[in-house]
Design a protein around this ligand. Structure first.
Ligand code: HEM
Length: 397
């Protein structure tokens, strides 16, 4: 175990990138802690894994979502942990419902929410950016998408934290297990209500579209539908919170960026792409080898669990020039923030729209965003890169 990089050590969490650069150079495929996972750090190797799902499986990871103490977890039956051919069928069904017109319908309501949140943030001057804007906007987006009552939106953080904690919860942590079971029941209760209502009276919304979607005459069954709604709540919430929070840190630390974006709002989409590359909100995803295989010159046994370090691949010097610099007008080459291939993020367009709407509301209203000298507190996660708090001072425009 000695000598292995531990991804959750505070000094690694505070700045993982020099550690990733060392791994890319010296041991691009190697075991890391916690758990002895096989880390894949180079862009080309990560792409190879994502392009070969017949060897590097997503379905094989289902077990980690259904530990022996948890008898029922809808997300363990979602498309995220399916392989072909089941994945193709489920993805085709939900993609029909998850359409561009759905995004167009959502945007005005999100813009209104963003403007209200920004007004309150500017009035307060000294705020924690996360509860002020980065958390409630994605909560509203997922909540409106799923048709949940706005009074439930503040619960999404706890829901997504609890579901995200399943694989890290030990056999002896009975309190943690109880909390997770309770959260699953609570989520199912509210989501079932929405599904039953939309069955009775369909609307122009995602759940109604999911109920109506057909591929070769087949619809989603109730369990598949619940699994997908759970997945949206988890995959779509904290990732976007991190994108907004990580973007705000860059605006605070590089005031020139904020000035530039205020002067040229057309650069907002380029800023979002570079934040996705530079501080990837989802730092990793996982795969299981179905057979013994060679990767990056290393022989991996059958049933090895791989952690694909997307945040490292997007900073691979063999793929991106000057990867350690934040370059606003970087010629786009496509980064790995949303994955690649069959499981490419279904919410990429939604999250980009949320970030654009947030910045378009924020930029005209603030002249400066400053943060104190205290170090940033990164959440101890091997999968997500985000902050636990972000106190800032706002100078209104
Ligand atoms: C900054 C925000 C986001 C990031 C960085 C992100 C990242 C990712 C990544 C890396 C994957 C691929 C996982 C894999 O290959 O194993 C993925 C899949 C997925 N994402 Fe996102 N995501 C974001 C936002 C969203 C949003 C807003 C939604 C929807 C509300 C969403 C829904 C999904 C779904 C359903 C999948 C599974 C697709 C499949 O398995 O076919 N994501 N996301």
């Amino acid at each position: 175990m000695s000598g292995r990089l531990n991804l959750v050590l505070p000094e690694v969490l505070s700045n993982p990138y020099p550690h990733f650069a060392r791994l890319r150079r010296d041991s691009p495929v190697c075991q890391v802690e916690p758990g002895g996972l096989w880390a894949v750090t180079r862009y080309a190797d990560v792409m190879h894994v994502l392009k070969n799902p017949q060897v590097f499986s997503s379905a094989g990871l289902q077990r980690s979502m259904l530990p022996s103490w948890l008898e029922h977890n809808p997300i363990a039956h979602s498309l995220l942990v399916m392989d072909a051919p089941q994945h193709g069928r489920a993805r085709a069904l939900v993609s029909r419902a998850f359409s561009t017109s759905m995004l167009t319908r959502l945007e005005p309501a999100l813009r209104t929410t963003a403007e209200q949140l920004v007004s309150a943030l500017v009035a307060q001057r000294t705020v924690d950016f996360l509860p002020a804007l980065a958390l409630p906007l994605p909560a509203a987006a997922v909540g409106l998408l799923l048709g949940l009552d706005p009074s439930l939106f503040p619960r999404f953080k706890r829901w997504s934290d609890d579901l995200g904690a399943v694989s890290a919860t030990s056999e002896s942590d009975h309190e943690g297990q109880k909390r997770i079971r309770h959260t699953i029941q609570e989520m199912e209760h509210y989501l079932r209500e929405v599904v039953a209502e939309r069955r009775r009276a369909p609307r122009e919304d995602l759940v109604s579209a999911l109920l109506q979607a057909r591929v070769d005459g087949e619809a989603l069954n109730d369990a598949e539908l619940m699994a997908f709604l759970f997945l949206l709540l988890v995959a779509g919430f904290e990732t976007t919170v991190n994108l907004l929070g990580n973007g705000a840190v860059l605006l605070a630390d590089q005031p020139g960026l904020l000035e530039r974006l205020r002067a040229e709002p057309a650069l907002v989409p380029a800023f979002i792409e570079e934040v996705l590359r530079y501080e990837s909100p989802a730092q990793s995803t996982f795969r299981l080898t179905l057979e013994e295989v060679e990767l990056g010159g290393v022989r991996l046994p059958q049933h090895s669990v791989l952690i694909l370090l997307l945040g490292s691949a997007s900073r691979d010097e063999a793929y991106v020039p000057e990867p350690e610099r934040f370059i606003l007008e970087r010629p786009q080459r496509g980064n790995l923030a949303f994955g690649h291939g069959a499981h490419f993020c279904l919410g990429a367009a939604l999250t980009r729209m949320e970030a654009r709407v947030a910045l378009e509301a924020l930029l005209p209203r603030i002249q400066r965003l400053s943060r104190g000298p205290e170090p940033l507190q990164w959440t101890p996660s091997i999968q997500l890169r985000g902050l636990s708090r972000l106190p800032v001072e706002v100078t209104p425009a």
